[in-house]
Design a protein. Structure first.
Length: 101
């Protein structure tokens, strides 16, 4: 068996400002994809989950956000590498990573 047996599947949800232009949103997604790859992860698939969703409460003085759902796989250290990178990115309003499986 290869090292694929050691990889864990994850779901990542990120929220960014819905008022950003399409180009800015694409740029943020590309930054996140690059962070995942540099941390040793491999993106399986991704999609815009909710294009413009109104928040129940304000987040960083914003009322609406765009939600991205990204499925990826990586070893057990990938989360520890991604959390600080996502926290430092001011364009990411919120994020959560679930272990899938």
């Amino acid at each position: 068996m290869g090292n694929t047996a050691l990889l864990t599947k994850y779901e990542l949800v990120i929220i960014i400002d819905a008022k950003l232009s399409s180009e800015e949103k694409d740029s943020v997604y590309k930054e996140v994809a690059e962070m995942i790859k540099k941390s040793g992860g491999k993106i399986i698939n991704s999609q815009v989950w909710l294009e413009k969703h109104r928040f129940s409460f304000t987040i960083k003085k914003l009322d609406e956000g765009t939600y991205y759902l990204i499925n990826f796989e990586g070893d057990s250290s990938v989360n520890g590498k991604l959390y600080p990178l996502f926290k430092l990115n001011e364009k990411i309003l919120r994020f959560i990573i679930y272990q899938n499986g």
